[in-house]
Design a protein around this ligand. Structure first.
Ligand SMILES: Nc1ncnc2c1ncn2[C@@H]1O[C@H](COP(=O)(O)OP(=O)(O)OP(=O)(O)O)[C@@H](O)[C@H]1O
Ligand SMILES: [Mg+2]
Length: 435
């Protein structure tokens, strides 16, 4: 029975999510999740006035339009942390972050069923095998917390009606998607740089191999690190915007203003905590640490107006703008902190500010190749996927690490979901074969 139902791949991303299916004819298809778009920002907005919940672009645009309410982004970054079980108040109801993840996954399920025109309440009943992606490490260097993160996601998916989901490493899924487009055998380094994590695999790929039941011997190595797009945004915010609100500012006692608030304000998944009454009081108390209280006024305006995600969004857009324009200076509007206030991201700044992070990410890529017992020169291709793989300084650093190897730019946002659906289809075939 499960074999006749479509196999599903769910890419629950830090920044964007996507779902693909493989039907009886084979070939993965990405499902429309928000109007015609086949990817949806992993975002929820709880509208305080109407009490309604919004998802994706709709959520982000209501927040940016100034609607009263609460925006949540980067939920995946909380997996594996103790914050996941913390309760938060949403429209007069106390819910845990795990429940918020579950709400998002339930909405994905409902939209996926809609794309198929399938009735019923539970996505798990409409579909066959379901495979969900996971980074190589949810949490770096902590196996226990990493397992805890996967368990939490599995539980959230079950509570969302998806039934029992299996997991696959996101870079391996991306590799299987790449494999559909090659016509000869190759050994590739697959590079998936997303919003929360950078993940790598070295894998043997080929048209004849994709039919094999068990691909584990083709996966020569995997590696991953918890540094990606949201960390680039954090770094740029700390360097370019936070000094305007008081980071690094020396107060009357000769000491700098304590930096914690600025770190949280620059970190996508921590922004919401700054709006709690206790955090607001702590921020208010910082006033004595400022010589120029005007800077403190700016900080308090950002917090009181709940503009934290607006700052993060401005920084993210400036990062993408500077990268895409090949290094032009980009001005960030932070008018909401003070009339006429703006910050500047200088063109060469992108490379300068991000170099330490990019070095770690590229170091993880070379480590992956080393673990596969290969030299850089013996790779057939380096395949790029994930939104942050488009970042120009990253591509330059990767080219320098793997000279003479072809860099193939893949689908930035859909490849992982497609590869997960291929994995789901292969697993349901194996299960059917066993019966
Ligand atoms: N053109 C671009 N240049 C640089 N960065 C970009 C570009 N487009 C998107 N990004 C960044 O890509 C990231 C999102 O990528 P993606 O959707 O692949 O991540 P994700 O799958 O949600 O995250 P993860 O896989 O880590 O859980 C964001 O940080 C975004 O700022
Ligand atoms: Mg991803």
């Amino acid at each position: 029975m499960s074999n006749s139902r479509p196999a599903i791949g769910i890419d629950f991303g830090t920044s964007n999510s996507a779902i693909a299916c493989v039907g009886p004819q084979g070939g993965a298809r990405l499902l429309p999740l928000e109007a015609d778009a086949t990817n949806i920002p992993t975002a929820l907005f709880f509208d305080a006035e109407s009490g309604s919940t919004h998802y994706g672009r709709d959520a982000v645009s209501l927040y940016l339009a100034g609607h009263e309410g609460r925006l949540m982004r980067s939920l995946k970054s909380l997996l594996g942390s103790s914050l996941m079980q913390e309760q938060t108040e949403i429209n007069h109801r106390r819910v845990s972050f795990e429940q918020v993840v579950s709400m998002f996954l339930a909405e994905l399920g409902s939209r996926a069923r809609q794309a198929f025109g399938t009735g019923g309440d539970r996505a798990g009943d409409a579909f066959g095998s379901v495979v969900m992606g996971r980074p190589v490490h949810f949490v770096d260097d902590d196996i226990e917390r990493d397992r805890h993160a996967e368990d939490t996601l599995r539980r959230a998916a079950r509570a969302a009606g998806w039934g029992e989901v299996e997991f696959q490493f996101e870079p391996i899924a991306a590799a299987f998607d790449f494999e559909q487009r090659i016509d000869r055998e190759t050994t590739a380094l697959v590079v998936d740089i997303g919003g929360g994590t950078s993940d790598f695999t070295v894998v043997r790929l080929g048209p004849g191999r994709s039919q094999a039941d068990d691909r584990s011997s083709d996966v020569l190595a995997t590696a991953g690190i918890h540094i990606a797009g949201t960390d680039f945004d954090q770094r740029l915010s700390l360097d370019c915007v936070m000094p305007l609100l008081g980071l690094g500012h020396v107060g009357p006692s000769g000491r700098e203003v304590p930096s914690r608030t600025f770190f949280d304000l620059s970190t996508w998944h921590l922004i919401n905590w700054l709006y709690a009454p206790r955090a607001i009081r702590q921020a208010q108390d910082l006033r004595k640490d400022y010589t120029e209280t005007r800077l403190h006024d700016r900080l308090m305006r950002v917090l009181a107006g709940r503009h934290g995600h607006r700052v993060a969004n401005e920084v993210e857009q400036a990062k993408i703008g500077s990268s895409s324009s090949g290094g032009e200076a980009v001005r960030l509007d932070i008018e909401f902190a003070e009339a006429g206030l703006s910050a500047l991201l200088e063109g060469p700044g992108l490379q300068h500010y991000l170099a330490p992070l990019l070095n770690k990410v590229v170091g993880c890529a070379t480590e992956c190749v080393r673990r596969a017992n290969l030299s850089a020169g013996s790779l057939g291709a380096v395949y790029l996927t994930g939104g942050s793989s488009a970042l120009r300084p990253f591509q330059e650093a990767l080219r320098a690490a793997f000279p003479n190897v072809e860099l193939v730019e893949g689908d930035l946002f859909g490849g992982v979901a497609a590869g997960l659906a291929y994995t789901a289809a292969a697993r349901s075939q194996t299960q059917a074969g066993r019966r």
